[in-house]
Structure formats: structure tokens, C-alpha cells
Design a protein around this ligand. Structure first.
Ligand SMILES: [Zn+2]
Length: 264
């Protein structure tokens, strides 16, 4: 079995490359102090488990606890997906030990990914926070922006959480208007990706610019601009949906320019 063991936000991985989690009969075999475990599926033919270990747990020899964000470049999508699922389930367990309604202790509800309050019976499920992420185009250019928290030089797509009572398409239009002051139309679904930092579901859309001048929202957006496919700044890692959307734009642009170059 594969053990996706988290100490807080950090995943236990073997020190040698390529990046992998320990394969063992049980986490106790590895000397881990297990607080919680939950089976999360199969990876490469091995049953896979999410495990929460105590905050003072030392890594077994030859292993190390690492931030999942730091592993982006060294893992494939299946591994990232499974590690993200483990992280979200462990994080949910760690933050729902007590009922949010009455303060009573919770216990696992048999047979489902849920916890029941031992005092009032309220059921608690893992929280998912849907977020809209959007690639806005204006002719042959796309909109990229950076938030103050981004690594230096990095630009990405606009994104924001969906608010209660709002459709995801409405969230796209509102976020773009709030963050950079422009109007968009023709909001079309691209795809989605679980994003376990801490519990987002990124839902990707493309949209067309219709009007307004770029006016980045102070405190939220440091800089925003229109970029052509052949002149892009530093982009998010390959594993992100933002990058998949930008790569798709670039590929479509390349095809368009090849069409133009073809003698007719
Ligand atoms: Zn309760």
C-alpha cells in the first residue's frame, strides 16, 4: 500500500528521486505515529491511503516531509491528484474534530466521507471551495496578471472564489470586472482541476474582452497586461490548469499563424 502521510501541510516522501511516497504494509511499519487514516483509491496498482501523523513526528530514515507545492516539477498529474486528495481529507479531519454548531466532539460516520457530531448529530462533510479561473482574449492577445503573493516575475490568469447565490459564469464576469475593471462576454467552459491549497476546485473558462481599460484592483492585482503567444512572461507550473489553458491558447495561436503562412 502507498501511504500519503501528512504532518500538517507537508507530505512524507522518499529522499531519492523520482519523488514517491513510501510503499509498506502499514504506516506503523514505518514507525509513524498515526492520528487518522482513510483509503483514497489506487495509484500504479497500489491501494493508497491518506494518513495524518502527529506534529512532532520525525520522518523515517531516508524520507523527508515536504510542501506539496515544492513537488510540482517532479510529479505527474496522477500523483499530484492523489496527494492533493490525501491533503484535503487530512486537512478536513484536522479542522473538524469538533462540531461547528454545538462544539461537541465529532466521530467518523460509518461508510461515508463524513463526520457526525456525538452531541447534536449534525453531519460534517469535507469542504470544497469552487473558484472560477478565466483566460480572457482580445484579438490575438490574452490577459495575464500578477497578485502581490506570486513568485517574482510570474504572471497567471485571473481567478476568484464563487460567492453564495452566484452562478460560476456570473463569478467570472464579476471577478474580471473587480480585479481589472474590464467587461467580458461569451464565457465558455474549458475544464476543471482540484486544487488542494487548501480546498479549491478550479473551474476554468475562456471569455472575450468587450470593453473597458485595464485598471488593476489595488491590493489584489499588482500588474495586468495583454500578451501575444510569442511574447509571454514567466508562467505557472505545467501541472496547473492555468498553464494548461495558456498552453492551449498558445497552441491555437501557433496553428493560426501556420495557417496564414501556408501558401494558398
Ligand atoms: Zn453538534
Amino acid at each position: 500500500m502507498l501511504w500519503f502521510a501528512f504532518r500538517g501541510d507537508r507530505l512524507l516522501v522518499c529522499e531519492d528521486a523520482p519523488i514517491r511516497v513510501p510503499l509498506a504494509g502499514s504506516p506503523e511499519e514505518l514507525g509513524l505515529d498515526v492520528l487518522f487514516r482513510w483509503e483514497i483509491g489506487a495509484l500504479d496498482g497500489h491501494a493508497s491511503w491518506a494518513v495524518e501523523v502527529g506534529t512532532d513526528t520525525e520522518p523515517p530514515e531516508g524520507m523527508v516531509f515536504r510542501d506539496l507545492r515544492g513537488l510540482f516539477s517532479g510529479v505527474d498529474e496522477d500523483f499530484f491528484r492523489m496527494a492533493g486528495r490525501a491533503k484535503q481529507i487530512v486537512g478536513w479531519h484536522a479542522t473538524h474534530r469538533f462540531c461547528g454548531s454545538c462544539g461537541g466532539k465529532t466521530e467518523p460516520a460509518p461508510g461515508e466521507l463524513a463526520k457526525r457530531c456525538t452531541r447534536c448529530g449534525m453531519m460534517h462533510y469535507p469542504r470544497l471551495s469552487p473558484a472560477a479561473i478565466v483566460l480572457v482574449t482580445k484579438g490575438d492577445r490574452l490577459l495575464l496578471a500578477r497578485s502581490p503573493g506570486f513568485p517574482q516575475g510570474l504572471y497567471s490568469l485571473l481567478a476568484g472564489f464563487v460567492e453564495p447565490g452566484e452562478s460560476i459564469e456570473e463569478a467570472v464576469v464579476r471577478e474580471v470586472r473587480e480585479e481589472v475593471g474590464i467587461e467580458v462576454t461569451n464565457v465558455r467552459y474549458f475544464g476543471s482541476q482540484p486544487w488542494p491549497f487548501p480546498n479549491s476546485l478550479m473551474i476554468g473558462f475562456t471569455a472575450d474582452y468587450t470593453g473597458g481599460g485595464l485598471a488593476p484592483e489595488p491590493g489584489e492585482i499588482e500588474d495586468a497586461g495583454w500578451y501575444t503567444a510569442d511574447d509571454l512572461p514567466q508562467l505557472p507550473p505545467k501541472i496547473s490548469i492555468a498553464r494548461a489553458m495558456i498552453d492551449d491558447f498558445v497552441q491555437r495561436h501557433d496553428l493560426d499563424s501556420k495557417d496564414l503562412e501556408t501558401p494558398r
